[in-house]
Design a protein around this ligand. Structure first.
Ligand SMILES: *Cc1c(COP(=O)(O)O)cnc(C)c1O
Length: 414
């Protein structure tokens, strides 16, 4: 294989330049305009015609504004799935509120509904206040248990902010994620299901909520001829140029989803009879993952070539596009890290020009959140130690998937 195979590389439809050109031709290069409106309409039709969508500068901004929409204030608590990327929980801290972490169940790898209810009851008992919101996450695109989580949300009257940043187009019981909760977060970062180069969106239940979110996303201005403010707002709207990319990407979204799901089938088949390797698939017929990233877990006893070299050196350049913007560390190890065989397989694949990555390190194991309340059952920590993500994007060919499967097989010491 000549070229490097990445986890999920952006792939253009060919329509993007047309819409960008329109933006330039009409001089709409600001964070509003016809492309923004049209992109929002496309997203609305895709996610749910009964909902409203606001296009924003990032998925992280969407989480932040959803929290504001739920009335989160300094001193409040918000329940967040621990097994996630930091963008689910960091915006809680931007508001001076506290993320309370809830562990996963082993089937979907997402928020455990029983533990969620236990956490709500315990927080109410300990603080005398209800958490302000619940944030389940469609990790790697896999749907959470929507029925149970929504039932708990109704029972305790706590709104759900769905973090579907990785789950664009995933469905639970036939319904698209992002349309279950009070708000739904989408991301169009460079490595997500579709991209606007960088961007996100918030799915809202009604036009009033959309209006509120847009107001906060546009510096919260009051209608005077001069700038007058009665609240603190943000500069979070999507530019009309980026929205042009988004409109082009919407023409290939279904194709992308089918491609990710097709690759999942190939991996499932390829790893079926490989001892020590398990492919993570939809746990039941209600779950319909977009398989944004395909993931496997490694039996702790599995031996991988070069395993004795795992974690011997500090990583140079960092993984995942963050090269040069990560803090240099002085130790190659932490007290919670993937097993040696996972790191050995990552290194082995890397040498074969295949990008792979460990599963996301749970937030309750992150040093920055060491003092946060956490309701834990050991599932996400155990998965973090055995799991890894494999190339899954629209640019990965069938031939490359086969090469990846063969390379994993080759890496195993028999
Ligand atoms: C990518 C991501 C986000 C944030 O999206 P950005 O557009 O990168 O800001 C939020 N939550 C999860 C789970 C993500 O993977």
């Amino acid at each position: 294989m000549a070229k490097r195979i990445y986890l999920c590389l952006a792939h253009m439809s060919g329509q993007e330049m047309k819409y960008i050109q329109e933006a330039f031709d009409t001089n709409w290069v600001v964070p509003l305009g016809p492309n923004v409106n049209a992109f929002e309409e496309d997203l609305k039709q895709f996610v749910s015609p009964d909902h409203e969508v606001v296009a924003l500068s990032a998925g992280t901004a969407a989480v932040h504004l959803a929290l504001i929409g739920c009335g989160v204030q300094p001193g409040d608590e918000v329940i967040v799935q621990s097994f996630t990327f930091c963008a689910s929980s960091h915006p809680v801290t931007y508001l001076g509120a506290t993320p309370v972490f809830v562990d996963s169940e082993k089937d979907s790898w997402n928020m455990d509904p029983d533990l969620l209810e236990e956490a709500i009851k315990d927080r109410m008992a300990k603080t005398g206040k209800k958490p302000k919101a619940i944030i389940p996450v469609a990790l790697y695109g896999m749907p959470y248990q929507c029925d149970k989580i929504m039932a708990i949300s109704r029972k305790y009257d706590i709104p759900v902010i769905e973090d579907a940043a990785e789950g664009l187009g995933s469905r639970w019981n036939g319904q698209v994620l992002g349309s279950f909760g009070k708000y739904g977060v989408l991301s169009f970062n460079g490595n997500k299901m579709i991209t606007t180069s960088g961007g996100g969106a918030l799915v809202c239940e009604n036009p009033q909520d959309k209006q509120t979110i847009m107001w906060y996303a546009t510096q919260a201005r009051d209608s005077y001829p001069y700038y007058q403010h009665t609240a603190i707002g943000y500069n979070y709207r999507m530019s009309n140029v980026c929205a042009g990319i988004g409109r082009g990407q919407m023409t290939v979204l279904d194709e992308h989803i089918h491609h990710h799901q097709h690759i999942a089938k190939m991996y499932e088949e390829g790893f079926k009879n490989m001892p020590g390797i398990s492919f993570h698939k939809n746990p039941d017929e209600k779950c319909d993952s977009n398989y944004w990233l395909n993931t496997i877990t490694l039996d702790p006893d599995l031996k991988i070539k070069g395993q004795e070299l795992a974690y011997k050196q500090v990583i140079q350049g960092a993984v995942g596009g963050a090269a040069g913007v990560t803090h240099v560390v002085d130790s190659p190890i932490t007290d919670c890290q993937p097993n040696d065989n996972v790191e050995a397989l990552r290194m082995y694949l890397d040498k074969k020009d295949i990008e792979s990555r460990p599963l996301w390190k749970p937030m309750h194991k992150q040093p920055v959140y060491q003092n946060n309340p956490a309701y834990v059952n050991g599932v996400s920590e155990a998965l973090f130690k055995v799991g890894m993500c494999l190339p899954s994007g629209p640019c990965v060919t069938d031939e490359e998937v086969q090469y990846i499967i063969d390379s994993v097989k080759e890496a195993i010491l028999s």
